[in-house]
Design a protein around this ligand. Structure first.
Ligand code: ZN
Ligand code: ZN
Ligand code: FE
Length: 758
């Protein structure tokens, strides 16, 4: 009996535990979830948002506490992500109930900036329920969805520190906000028709308000008009993708002749009509991040993605988009960042009306200010993984855990064409949202604005600086005292940091442009990274770029340069390959190469793609970055039986990848289009893997990292991973961090600590 009594007493005995949950746990309804769970298990104590995540003190019986912790791990809210749950026994305290404590910004130094979430199923239901008080209300949100990063101007994340500050909640909204059992408990942007932001449409002097604005916009779009629409992170141009004259009109007005437009669809079914979608792609499309996903075309739409075999598709992710579709739109909409060509996405009503008036026929706007500009993210799926091309809405900013500790707060300024920066402290780093081409002054302003905001959010005052070796980058000139890292080394280090890899590794850095250590332009690099040093073990045979940067947009110059390299003065025999170029232009170009006038050397694989692409389809004018390479990729249909052979030379103990035989064969066989694409992709993959293998045989290294803008080419990435794995390599790539220049900041921050020597 005594034994039973003891057992009973033991089970009734109270204990107290401190529980720390880290991961994505703020701004996603985590505290109310904990509150409800504590009540359910008869626990007392409290929960609050802290620097590391969510901290809990809970007191109750052991059985109840065990169940409580079990439930935190298993049943946390859908938008949250639990990385770790730390539990520690602490002394009992006297307390009667369980409380949610509120963040105190003075003592707190939160590093968690929640990102924007697509409208959830529950909110969607309410928006389309006739008797709901939020029926057709375009700013409906809850703790599982809605704006976050794009409306915050300070941390910790709280309504007073968002652009919702000026909207005072009505009684009903306040009640939801205060009720721990409500889905909108502490949903910071909570709002309704009575108290929240309002929408309107302006066409000239005419103004339509509320639901009428949305109905009218839908009608105008169906009639072929272009609407500038204020979305989460900025304005978008919306028009009917299946109305070719609208598409043409948008292309002409935006001065964007070929660059693909993203499409928005109402649901997966609509997407499936035009694209093939696998299970993982579906999962990404319908996730709360709701990015643009690159998908293989099933049925083409004229003028949307000319000469490509993919569409970039996203689902309607805000109530505004959803209501627009429900107002009678049955076709995918073009939904593209609204800006003056290549400038930052517009965020203010006034500037949009001024800057975009020659492009848009009407302006669908609202009075909830956008604080942080943020484009739509772009990703693709490969082997079940998501790979980021544009790191923006829904993804940015996200904490990246570093496999090392920074001694001082550090800022890596990034590169140039795809601007972004990385701020780091202790053992984490935050990558900024996509900023765009930093040769454009307006984007430089955006960069500075975003940098100031992020420093303010994170309360990081960088003491250490890292940047690219290129002296002319905007980002290289920001700070005098800075550790400079070679561009392609940075790309590989970004993979190592992202995957927590230890050296040594072999890095294949295939890229467009970057300054090399010998002052030529690099971009086809086989690197070895050791503990204290790195080396260039191989590279693509350098070729002259007659006209310098001009050769990037006039790709025939590169083709001609290769032909001259191979055939010398007999190049004239191949005059017929350059139908669209005058003899005079060709001769000038050849003379530049011969006399070394404005013809820097490059080992860039990006440029090799350009040169080959020109031969695959011999009359191409480039109007956007990487167009030739993307169009060559699009011609790839299936793995060919035969591939082009590259030469692999060994000069001065370095492996040189020589593409000369490829050009000879293409010309000899008069290969075109699909054939060139397939044989070239496979040939390049096989030859590159062969060099990696030769390096491995010499060094014993079995780990290969792939990075650089060229690896946005899904065909090449897939082939290389497969061929490398066949040879027994462990292969690592960028995933969340883009493999393009937006990712180099992470490599720079890594090297700032390592200071690798060449
Ligand atoms: Zn919701
Ligand atoms: Zn309200
Ligand atoms: Fe690069």
């Amino acid at each position: 009996r005594k034994f039973t009594k003891n057992l009973l007493e033991n089970s009734m005995k109270k204990i107290r535990k401190k529980i720390i949950v880290s991961g994505i746990v703020q701004g996603v309804g985590f505290r109310p979830f904990i509150y409800k769970l504590a009540k359910k298990h008869n626990l007392t104590g409290f929960v609050f948002n802290s620097l590391i995540g969510v901290e809990i003190e809970a007191q109750g019986t052991k059985t109840n506490l065990d169940k409580f912790i079990e439930n935190i791990k298993k049943n946390h809210p859908p938008q949250s992500k639990v990385d770790a749950v730390l539990v520690e026994n602490i002394k009992l305290k006297t307390c009667k109930n369980f409380q949610i404590k509120f963040s105190n910004s003075k003592t707190q130094n939160s590093t968690i900036i929640p990102h924007d979430l697509a409208t959830c199923k529950d909110c969607e239901k309410e928006i389309f329920a006739k008797n709901n008080r939020r029926y057709l209300y375009p700013f409906t949100n809850c703790t599982n969805c809605g704006p976050r990063f794009t409306i915050v101007n300070g941390l910790p994340y709280d309504r007073q520190k968002t652009s919702m500050k000026s909207f005072k909640m009505c009684k009903l909204c306040q009640k939801e906000y205060d009720d721990p059992f409500d889905r909108r408990f502490h949903a910071q942007p909570n709002a309704c028709n009575v108290c929240g932001p309002k929408i309107w449409l302006e066409i000239g002097n005419k103004k339509y308000k509320g639901n009428e604005a949305l109905l009218k916009s839908a009608k105008l779009i169906k009639q072929g008009k272009i609407i500038a629409l204020k979305s989460l992170g900025g304005f978008q141009f919306a028009c009917d993708s299946q109305n070719f004259s609208s598409v043409k009109k948008l292309r002409t007005r935006k001065k964007r002749p070929d660059k693909p437009f993203a499409l928005m669809v109402s649901d997966i079914k609509m997407a499936e009509k035009f694209c093939y979608i696998n299970k993982k792609e579906k999962e990404i499309l319908t996730s709360s991040q709701s990015p643009i996903v690159m998908l293989k075309k099933r049925k083409d739409i004229e003028g949307i993605a000319p000469n490509l075999n993919t569409f970039g598709i996203m689902l309607a992710y805000t109530p505004i988009h959803k209501i627009l579709f429900a107002s009678g739109i049955k076709n995918p909409l073009i939904m593209t960042s609204a800006n003056k060509s290549e400038e930052p996405i517009c965020i203010s009503n006034e500037i949009a009306k001024k800057d975009l008036k020659n492009i848009a026929d009407g302006f669908l706007m609202h009075d909830r200010p956008i604080v942080n500009r943020c484009d739509d993210s772009v990703v693709f799926e490969l082997n079940g993984n998501m790979h980021t091309i544009r790191y923006a809405r829904g993804l940015a900013p996200q904490k990246i855990n570093l496999p090392f500790k920074l001694k001082q707060p550090t800022l890596a300024t990034g590169a140039n064409k795809t601007g972004s920066f990385v701020l780091g402290r202790d053992n984490f780093a935050i990558l900024s949202q996509y900023i765009g081409d930093l040769d454009i002054v307006e984007n430089q302003k955006f960069y500075k604005e975003s940098l100031a905001n992020m420093q303010n959010f994170l309360k990081i005052k960088p003491k250490n600086f890292a940047s690219d070796t290129h002296p002319e980058y905007f980002t290289s000139q920001l700070f005098k005292k800075t550790t400079r890292t070679q561009h392609h080394l940075s790309h590989i280090l970004s993979v190592m940091a992202e995957n927590s890899l230890k050296d040594p590794v072999i890095g294949l850095s295939f890229d467009g442009t970057g300054l090399g250590e010998d002052n030529s332009i690099w971009g086809g690099e086989f690197l070895i990274i050791n503990k204290n040093n790195w080396q260039r073990a191989g590279y693509l045979k350098p070729i002259k770029m007659p006209g310098g940067d001009k050769a990037v947009s006039e790709i025939w110059r590169l083709t001609l340069s290769w032909i001259y390299e191979i055939f010398g003065d007999k190049w004239i025999r191949f005059r017929h390959l350059f139908k669209d170029i005058t003899k005079q232009e060709l001769t000038i170009c050849i003379n530049m190469v011969k006399k070394n006038i404005n013809s820097p050397k490059t080992s860039s694989i990006g440029r090799l793609f350009d040169a080959v692409s020109y031969l695959a389809d011999a009359d191409k004018k480039i109007s956007y970055q990487a167009q030739a390479a993307m169009e060559l990729e699009a011609k790839y249909n299936k793995k060919p039986k035969k591939s082009y052979k590259f030469d692999i030379l060994n000069t001065n103990k370095k492996f040189i990848l020589d593409a000369s035989p490829v050009f000879k064969e293409i010309i000899k066989n008069r290969d075109k289009g699909q054939e060139v694409s397939e044989k070239f992709h496979l040939g390049l993959a096989l030859a590159s893997v062969e060099i990696a293998n030769k390096i491995s045989l010499k060094t014993g290294i079995k780990i290969v990292c792939l990075s650089g803008g060229v690896f946005q080419n899904k065909v090449l990435l897939e082939l290389m991973i497969k061929e490398l794995e066949k040879k027994g390599f462990e292969v690592y790539t960028n995933k969340i961090i883009p493999s393009n220049d937006a990712g180099v900041g992470l490599g720079q921050i890594f090297n700032n600590r390592r200071k690798l020597k060449l």
